[in-house]
Design a protein around this ligand. Structure first.
Ligand SMILES: C[S@@+](CC[C@H](N)C(=O)[O-])C[C@H]1O[C@@H](n2cnc3c(N)ncnc32)[C@H](O)[C@@H]1O
Length: 280
């Protein structure tokens, strides 16, 4: 069992247990499978074409047991969800790629006035959210949507959302579709609205493992054993993506944590990126 063993302090005191200035990342060998048996005439990789099927299988198999509830969202970004005396209306949140609801249920418990739109392209995920004991139609509008291909404004009013959360979601999208996703989100955000993102960072131990197993699709993008895909972000890549879509960068940092497996006597490094972007 992996357990966190080292706690680092960085220059962001609010994020105890993580550090910003991560050491040199391991060298990643760049081998693309783009000419392999997985690619069809349209040059689209098999696991990208089948992404929705594999995520749906994932939720059929794991139900809501795979991810833990993400209570750190309130700690890290509480001010984006809470209402002040000056706010006339409750805050409106859109959680994209909501999965089984591990981000939204802790948030509605902590902020009872929050209104949440939540979407996922997996029908199983949407069913899991609707069947959660804390689900309330008055507070949560959950719907099926492939944000890389469907127009979000058909489900959510344009310029009506205060905050969008992307929690380990954008990494599941093929890199050539990420810009369309971000542009889609921009349409539903209010001016001065924010996107809060937490996701995998380049050099994470899971990336090193996938690399060794030769499961690369393209630079920093891989398929896992269960058929789902994952991208590993650098700050440069993520910043450029959001700047191209017309966002401002409020904050962007990489965090790492050394995890030790005493039984196997190995130590691995987990890396995450956390960022805030604002719509002008
Ligand atoms: C790692 S899970 C994160 C779940 C959730 N955000 C959480 O905090 O637990 C990634 C989610 O993104 C969803 N997803 C991937 N691509 C998507 C797309 N194009 N449109 C909508 N949802 C997508 C998957 O079905 C999956 O539920």
């Amino acid at each position: 069992m992996l357990s966190p063993s080292y706690f680092f302090t960085g220059s962001i005191p609010a994020v105890a247990g993580f550090r910003r200035n991560c050491p040199q990342i391991p060298t990643i060998r760049i081998v693309s499978l783009s000419s392999s048996k997985y690619v069809n005439d349209t040059n689209e990789h098999y696991f990208c074409r089948k992404s929705v099927n594999y995520w749906d299988k994932f939720y059929k198999r794991h139900k809501n047991k795979f991810f833990k509830n993400r209570h750190y969202l309130e700690k890290d970004w509480g001010n984006y969800f809470s209402v002040t005396d000056e706010d006339v209306n409750a805050k409106v949140l859109l959680e994209v790629g909501c999965g089984a609801g591990n981000s939204i249920f802790p948030l509605i418990a902590a902020y009872p006035k929050l209104f949440v739109h939540a979407c996922d392209f997996s029908p199983q995920a949407v069913t899991l959210v609707k069947s959660h004991s804390n689900f309330s139609e008055a507070q949560i509008n959950v719907f099926l949507c492939d944000v890389a291909n469907d127009d979000l404004t058909e489900k959510v009013l344009p310029s009506s959302v205060d905050v969008v959360t992307l929690i380990f979601m954008l990494s599941a999208v093929p890199p050539n579709k990420m810009l369309s996703v971000v542009q889609n989100l921009k349409e539903v955000l209010k001016p001065n609205g924010h996107i809060l993102l937490r996701d995998y960072a380049v050099g994470d131990s899971a990336q090193v493992k996938l690399e060794k197993k030769n499961q690369m699709i393209s630079d920093n993008f891989y398929f896992r054993g269960d058929g789902t895909c994952s991208f590993y972000f650098s700050e440069d890549f993520l910043s450029s993506l959001f700047i191209r879509a017309g966002f401002n960068i409020v904050d962007i940092n990489t965090y790492c944590r050394q995890m030790e497996n005493r039984f196997h006597n190995i130590s691995v490094q987990r890396r995450w990126i956390r960022a805030i972007f604002s719509k002008p």
